[in-house]
Design a protein around this ligand. Structure first.
Ligand SMILES: Cc1cc2nc3c(=O)[nH]c(=O)nc-3n(C[C@H](O)[C@H](O)[C@H](O)COP(=O)(O)OP(=O)(O)OC[C@H]3O[C@@H](n4cnc5c(N)ncnc54)[C@H](O)[C@@H]3O)c2cc1C
Length: 300
C-alpha cells in the first residue's frame, strides 16, 4: 500500500510508466527529469526539474532519496541512467532495490531475470520503501493520455563537486540507438575485421534503417565498437526484428535478445544454439547471404 513515484527521463516513457503504476491500488506521481509534458496519463501530480540534461547520478541521488520520502515505491524504465541512479538513491534511503522487473505479482513481490535470464526469480521485499527498474516489454503502454494537469517545478539540488559532466559527444553515423531500435542487425566472431563488419553488417542494417549490434567475441577481437555489444554484459535489446549473423547463441548473448519479437539467425552450422530461439533460421554463409539481402532490399 502507499503512493508510487515514477521517474520519467523525458516524458516519452510516461505511457509505460502509467501501465506499471496501474499494478498498485493507490495513485502515482511523476517527476520528469529532462523535459516537460502535457499529458498526465493518470498521474495525480506531474513534476519537472527543468533540467536540460541529466546530471551524473551521484550528484543528485541523495537529494532524490530525500524527496521520495513518504512514497511506498519509486520506479523507472530499465536503462543505463536508471540502473546508475536507482540503486544509489535506494541505498541512501535505506530502501529495497529490485532491477529489471518483468512482472509485478503484488505490492511486495516481483519477478526478475537471474543468471543471464536462464531463470526467472520471484523476489519478495520487506523494506517499507522499494525502488525498482522494469523492462517495458512486460507492460503494454497505457493508451489513455488522461487529463492534463499543470506541471509543478520541483527543485532537486545537484551537487557535482565529486562528479560532473565535462562534455557530451553525439553518436556518429546517424544509425538509430541500439536499445530503442525497431530493427537490429548483429554480427559475431566470423566477421574477421572492422571493415568487413561495417560493410556486411552495417550495409544490411542501413538497408533496413536499423541499428548495428555485436557479440562480445566480435568486440573483444576489435571487430566492433564496445558500445555495440549486446547481451548480459552489453545492451538489452527488444526490437521488432533481430538478425543474428554468424552468432553461435551463447547464453550471455541470448540474455540480451530474448525480448525481440522476431529473431532471424544466419549460421553455417545447423546445430548452432541460436537456432533454438530463432523464429526463422537460414543455414548459410553470412558473406553470401547478407549482401544478397541488402541488394534485394535496396531494389524494393
Ligand atoms: C561473464 C561473461 C559475460 C559475457 N557477456 C556477453 C555479452 O554480453 N554478449 C555476448 O555476445 N557475449 C558475452 N559473453 C561471451 C559469450 O560467452 C560468447 O563467447 C560469445 O557470445 C560468442 O560470440 P560469437 O557468437 O560471435 O562467437 P562464436 O561462439 O565463436 O560463434 C561464431 C558462430 O559463427 C558461425 N559462423 C562461422 N563462420 C560463419 C559464416 N561465414 N557465416 C555464418 N556463420 C558463421 C559459427 O558456426 C558459430 O556458430 C560473455 C561471457 C562471459 C564469461
Amino acid at each position: 500500500m502507499g503512493k508510487s513515484l515514477f521517474l520519467s527521463l523525458d516524458g516519452t516513457d510516461l505511457a509505460v510508466g502509467a501501465a506499471v503504476a496501474a499494478n498498485f491500488a493507490e495513485a502515482f506521481d511523476v517527476i520528469v527529469l529532462t523535459s516537460t509534458v502535457n499529458d498526465s496519463f493518470g498521474a495525480e501530480k506531474v513534476m519537472a526539474t527543468g533540467w536540460a540534461s541529466l546530471p551524473p547520478a551521484a550528484a543528485y541521488a541523495g537529494e532524490l532519496a530525500k524527496l521520495a520520502t513518504g512514497y511506498a515505491r519509486v520506479f523507472a524504465v530499465s536503462a543505463m541512467w536508471s540502473k546508475d541512479l536507482l540503486p544509489r538513491a535506494a541505498g541512501v534511503a535505506d530502501a529495497a532495490c529490485v532491477t529489471d522487473v518483468l512482472s509485478i505479482e503484488s505490492d511486495t513481490r516481483f519477478t526478475r531475470p537471474m543468471y543471464a535470464g536462464a531463470i526467472v526469480a520471484t523476489v519478495e521485499v520487506s523494506a517499507p520503501q522499494t525502488w525498482f527498474t522494469f523492462r517495458p516489454v512486460g507492460f503494454p503502454a497505457v493508451s489513455d493520455a488522461g487529463a492534463s494537469v499543470p506541471t509543478e517545478t520541483v527543485a532537486i539540488q545537484v551537487d557535482d563537486s565529486a562528479v560532473r559532466n565535462i562534455g557530451t559527444r553525439a553518436k556518429e553515423g546517424g544509425r538509430p540507438d541500439l536499445s530503442a531500435a525497431k530493427v537490429v542487425v548483429s554480427g559475431g566472431r566470423p566477421l574477421k575485421d572492422a571493415a568487413s563488419f561495417e560493410r556486411v553488417i552495417g550495409g544490411l542494417a542501413d538497408a533496413l534503417g536499423g541499428a548495428v549490434g555485436a557479440t562480445r567475441a566480435a568486440v573483444d577481437a576489435g571487430i566492433a565498437a564496445n558500445e555495440l555489444q549486446v547481451g548480459q554484459t552489453g545492451k538489452i535489446v527488444a526490437p521488432d526484428l533481430y538478425i543474428a549473423a554468424g552468432i553461435s547463441g551463447s547464453t550471455q548473448h541470448m540474455a540480451g535478445i530474448k525480448d525481440s519479437k522476431l529473431i532471424v539467425a544466419i549460421n553455417t552450422d545447423g546445430d548452432a544454439p541460436i537456432f533454438s530461439i530463432a523464429d526463422l533460421g537460414l543455414v548459410g554463409d553470412l558473406y553470401e547471404v547478407l549482401p544478397v539481402l541488402e541488394r534485394e532490399l535496396k531494389k524494393a
